[in-house]
Design a binder for this molecule. Structure first.
Ligand code: PGA
Length: 233
């Protein structure tokens, strides 16, 4: 695991440099994307570079990590809506090349079709990740087996509490989500994980140097040969 530690602005720019280099070398790259507060600085920088003509998403394919069960694409807290607003609608990407798991089709067939679509696209070149305070990746909560592929999960109380800020009340926070599994994530050729703020310090330490255990899902990344972790001080 390579650690890159600087200010939040600088790590967003350094992570954007990785995407710029990838897209120069492979314009039809496959990107695994994430939602949450953490990647917003990176997305803003990618939008800026695209508008400045420095990068193009014209041939890129994307797969997002996760989606809330029960929210359709038009819901302003759905992850499809988040991605459209913060990235896709602002760059030159083909919308039909962007994939976010459906929050409305929770069938096993839909979950396995998501994994198959990633494979058919050639696999993910860079998977972007945040980390939950409980060590979750995507919505793989503590206890999820490392071998999991895309699946429907029940959200823990701590995750629902952490996301309550985006909803009118706790009851409105969905109880389930569809998420790429840990194995799906680990199949990416490169992983960029970003974490900002003191509240993430303890879990980042466990991820980097604690036991490798499903109780800390992000610890599985110690087993991946190509992980870059972007942190503020
Ligand atoms: P955050 O979410 O970027 O909003 O902190 C990260 C996560 O829960 O995976």
């Amino acid at each position: 695991m390579k650690l890159i530690i600087d200010t939040a602005e600088k790590v967003a720019a350094l992570a954007a440099d990785r995407y710029t280099a990838l897209l120069d070398q492979k314009p039809d790259a496959v990107l695994g994307l994430a939602t949450g507060s953490t990647p917003l600085g990176l997305y803003a920088e990618l939008v800026r570079r695209c508008k400045a003509g420095q990068i193009s998403f014209g041939r890129v394919t994307t797969f997002n990590l996760d989606e809330y069960v029960g929210l359709d694409a038009a819901h302003d807290q759905s992850y499809r809506y988040f991605m459209n607003t913060n990235l896709f609608d602002q760059v030159d990407i083909r919308k039909d090349a962007t994939h976010v798991p459906s929050g409305l089709d929770t069938s096993a067939a839909a979950a396995s079709a998501y994994d198959e679509a990633i494979k058919a696209a050639g696999g993910i070149d860079i998977q972007l990740l945040g980390i939950g305070n409980n060590g979750h990746l995507g919505f793989n909560e503590p206890g999820t087996p490392f071998g999991s592929t895309t699946l429907v999960v029940e959200l823990t109380d701590s995750t629902r509490q952490a996301y309550k800020r985006f909803f009118a009340s706790l009851d409105q926070v969905p109880t389930h989500a569809v998420t790429m599994g840990l194995k799906t994530i680990m199949n990416a050729r490169c992983i960029i994980l970003m974490a900002l703020g003191t509240a993430k310090a303890e879990i980042v330490k466990k991820m980097v140097s604690g036991d490798v255990t499903p109780l800390v899902p992000a610890s599985v990344l110690q087993l991946h040969p190509n992980v870059e972790v972007y942190l503020d001080h």
